[in-house]
Design a protein around this ligand. Structure first.
Ligand code: SF4
Length: 297
């Protein structure tokens, strides 16, 4: 089969940097320069079970309960970041913190921490239970509300401003603009809004997710079948398959070559050419291995 690669696929900056931090720690750990202390990631450093297993085999422990952190543990904070109070607990437990929070997530955290108007309510567009959202909220000194869609925003009982609108870094920019437009129109005529300023916008969205989705849409203009490689537990990877299906393609999401059934391989063969992309948590080596596999299907 011919394989056409999406123009933007695989690791984003934040994941790439976080793994570099972990690899550097691991190299020192392998030389036992920590004197018996443990090397941990706080939560999975990456939403990719194959990569996580490889780190576990090298002695890296994945932990998400601050109560189980011991004095001297070296703890790598993943790209999504963690809530301030959790970081405080890790410090109190005596851990050495290696902060691999993505610079773009850190910028969003600091922008939220820096909201000057104490009367403003933070409206955060994101997934309520996502670790990044929990982290962002912890930086807010203002009242905060989270919404996951325009419908959820419309359902909120909002007084006239002031508000600060921000988003989880991986949210869709168009949906964010729709939320902004809705709020501007809703409070345009309010006297209180004129006094306090109705809405301040924090630009916290990262383009990495959008670039990968646009790469899929572009590819679906030339291929009718597409394979997405990456962790089943990776939200942005799953969304790439959904984007491909919405664009009319036959799309399969797999973690590795062994995941294809014989029926699926036969189906792919019928298309002659297959598109290939990967989520932000898929290593380049997995993309290349998949490319070689698909060429022989
Ligand atoms: S998607 Fe963007 S903000 Fe999130 S970790 Fe990757 S580079 Fe950072």
């Amino acid at each position: 089969m011919q394989v056409a690669l999406a123009r933007s696929a695989g690791f984003c900056l934040g994941v790439s940097l976080a793994l570099k931090h972990l690899d550097k720690e691991l190299a020192a750990f392998a030389k036992s320069s920590f004197g018996g202390d443990r090397l941990l990631t706080f939560g999975p450093i990456i939403h990719n079970p194959l990569v996580m297993r490889s780190y576990e085999e090298q002695g890296v422990i994945c932990e998400d309960d601050p109560a189980r952190i011991r004095q001297g543990d070296r703890v790598v904070i993943r790209a999504h970041g963690i809530p301030c109070e959790v970081e405080q607990k890790l410090r109190e437990a005596g851990a050495v913190i290696i902060d691999a929070t993505c610079p773009k997530v850190k910028k969003a955290q600091l922008a939220i921490a820096g909201i000057k108007n104490r009367y403003a309510t933070l409206l955060l567009f994101g997934e309520r239970e996502h670790p990044e959202v929990r982290g962002l909220l912890s930086y807010s000194r203002n009242a905060s509300l989270v919404f996951g869609s325009l419908a959820e925003l419309e359902a909120l009982a909002l007084e006239p401003g002031p508000y600060v609108l921000a988003a989880q870094t991986t949210q869709d920019r168009e949906a964010f603009y729709a939320a902004q437009k809705y709020l501007e129109e809703r409070f345009a005529a309010s006297e209180r809004s004129r006094v306090h300023g109705p809405l301040r916008i924090l630009d916290t969205i990262c383009n990495a997710t959008r670039d990968r989705q646009q790469g899929v849409i572009d590819l679906c203009g030339t291929v009718r079948a597409l394979v997405v490689v990456g962790g089943f537990n990776s939200g942005n990877t799953r969304r790439l398959a959904e984007v491909a299906r919405a664009a009319g393609a036959y799309a399969l999401h797999v973690e590795q070559a062994a995941d294809f059934s014989e029926d699926q391989k036969a189906q792919l063969r019928q298309y002659g050419t297959v598109g290939l992309t990967a989520g932000a948590s898929t290593p380049q080596a997995h993309i290349e291995a998949m490319q070689i596999f698909l060429q022989d299907v």
